[in-house]
Design a protein around this ligand. Sequence first.
Ligand code: TRP
Length: 354
Amino acid sequence: MTRPRVLTGDTPTGRLHLGHLVGSLENRVRLQDDHDCYFLIANVHAYTTRAERPDDIRRDTIEVVRDYLAAGIDPARSTLVLQSEIRAIPELAFLLAMLLPFARVMRNPTLKAELADKQLEQHSFGFPLYTVGQCADILAFRADLVPVGEDQVATIEMCREVARRFDRIYGGAVFPVPEVLLGRVARLAGTDGVHKMSKSLGNAILLSDSRAEIHRKLRGLYTGRQAATDRGDPDSVVLQYARAFIADPSRARELADRYARGELGDAAVKAEVADAIDAVLAPMRERRAAYDGPRGEAAIVELLRDHARRANAVADETLARVKAAMRLDLQAAPVAAERQDMLAAPGVPTSART
Ligand code: TRP
């Protein structure tokens, strides 16, 4: 009778873009119909790389929630989880860290790729720890399903391992082993035509972009053959976008064919793709308007506070079950018996009994 549970989230590093949409966001919107959904804003993780910019993180946190609500995440049906409000997560992360060999954490390809981009002396001790924290995010909510982009799969695999290991050692059937759900486009290229779409590379079309911005970005899209070769994909980016965003697949195919035969030029294809993207984003613009400005921000803060209560109820229960299984629970029978003996011993003043 209970609906399967979903947990996924985003680190607030900036506004969300089309890569997030096709990678995970549109799955989340759909899953709300028949799943118990938790969408987490990983604001604590943002401090792994930007500890000296708390105001930026605060601003980006609100922006991510705006993007969620605009994209169709429905706060009446789903729970928004502000990571920093969930007291069970760091405690669970600490406990799970004991079940993961150090070398196993450092071997995680997601982490390795991110570390390769940084100077070793520059990244914080907390940075590799975030992957264990991510396992705690998922397991605190006992999620069955984790809709994410391809880049997160390795971390979810680590989460599956730690869930199994926990059960093997402590029993208690506390955690389901969560499944990954990938989006319909594994890797959406950015407007530079080469790299994966990413806010930090400046090649992203944002969910909050205006119609004019979408058209401007499409006009500047690099469609050269070299770009396609670099990506190991024979199609130009504009055709990837056509397949991903033109609602009618036969129209997208026709466009690709005519483009290949040289009957349609770059400019015409780009304009049609820009219109298709705008059609996807237009309803988001409308929903976003309800959360604009300081009043919108106040409404978001209220929503986060309210949802944190629901989220904490679930995560607190998980932690209680974890601690009971690990014999960290003073209520567990053998410990309680010992404690009674101790308290019954002569010479213990009643006031010392707690
Ligand atoms: N690491 C993810 C990202 O940067 C965000 C994240 C944090 C997450 N906790 C999670 C994703 C739990 C899925 C499940 O995008």
